[in-house]
Design a protein around this ligand. Structure first.
Ligand code: B12
Length: 234
């Protein structure tokens, strides 16, 4: 996409040009350039959340479309993902620094067979920023991992992520296991990932499907408040 990167001095670009350049740099998997651009936008007073959504997620959306259309392939997308993670690492402490009161806790992980973690990481970051304690189990989690983490951390929320139509049914395996063990109602179960939708969330017995990280935070807050009110009443 970008040809003449050598000549570009990122700090000389205005905000719009810089965001466009970040789309190109993300596309080309240029982690250092992405990190530098994130720092520049921060220095110009951009809020971390705005950088995350408008520059990084915006750029990743273009990568996603071209991957779908067969223009980009796995190695290139991995590089783009790596560049995105470089930017996210800078933003993570800033998003978590909002001094929000402790809201509750969440165990989150990508399901078995699935190695996509960018969306899950974003959800973790945003939840931490909103005052939730988050235990991130990483990728490719069999049901045993979830159960172990639920036992150990006793969270309010269980979050599962899946990006493949072949792995999303595994969420039901986890929920069914919780039902079998009589502990489904101990947790608020939130699910997400690009191929899911509301209907799927309902069908597998999750409490809610969340389309993005911002919705995840709002949904989590609403459910946790409801749970705490119910406990106070009962
Ligand atoms: C990056 C990427 C990869 C990278 C992953 C790198 C990484 N570290 O994550 C790599 C290159 C490894 C990869 C591999 C593969 N991929 Co891929 N990948 C993508 C891509 C381009 C972007 C995904 C992404 O990060 N999006 C950006 C984030 C921010 O969005 P998100 O994940 O949707 O998350 C948001 C919401 O969904 C929600 N959310 C997500 N999780 C959760 C969890 C909870 C609890 C909540 C509340 C909310 C929530 O909030 C997030 C933030 O707002 C998508 C295309 C797409 N449009 O999704 C394909 C895509 C998902 N991949 C696809 C495929 C086919 C594959 C491969 C099978 C390719 C192959 N032939 O090998 C492998 C599978 C490997 C495996 N076993 O998992 C297909 C899936 C098709 C399908 N219907 O199943 C897609 C849709 C591309 C396509 N159109 O063909 N991929």
């Amino acid at each position: 996409m970008a040809e003449d990167d050598d000549d570009i001095i990122l700090a000389d670009l205005d905000d719009d040009e810089l965001v466009q350049q970040m789309f190109d740099d993300l596309y080309d998997g240029l982690r250092e350039e992405i990190e530098e651009s994130v720092q520049i936008l921060l220095a110009r007073g951009w809020a971390p959340y705005k950088i995350l959504t408008e520059a990084l997620v915006g750029g990743m959306t273009i990568v996603g479309a071209d991957f779908r259309d067969g223009i980009l392939f796995v190695p290139e997308v991995l590089l783009a993902a790596n560049a995105m993670k470089g930017g996210m690492q800078i933003l993570k402490p800033l998003l978590a620094e909002t001094g929000a009161p402790r809201m509750g806790s969440m165990v989150i992980g990508t399901v078995k067979g699935d190695i996509h973690d960018i969306g899950k990481n974003l959800v973790s970051m945003m939840m931490e920023g909103a005052g939730f304690e988050v235990v991130d189990l990483g990728i490719n989690n069999p049901v045993e991992n979830y159960l172990e983490a639920l036992d150990e951390h006793k969270p309010d929320i269980l979050g599962m992520s899946a990006l493949l139509t072949t792995t999303m049914p595994y969420m039901k395996v986890v929920i069914d296991t919780l039902i079998e063990q009589g502990r489904r109602d101990d947790y608020i179960v939130l699910v997400g990932g690009a191929p899911l939708n509301e209907e799927f969330g309902k069908a597998i017995g999750a409490d809610a499907y969340c389309r993005d990280a911002a919705v995840a935070v709002e949904t989590a807050k609403a459910y946790v408040a409801r749970k705490h009110n119910a406990m106070a009443a009962g």
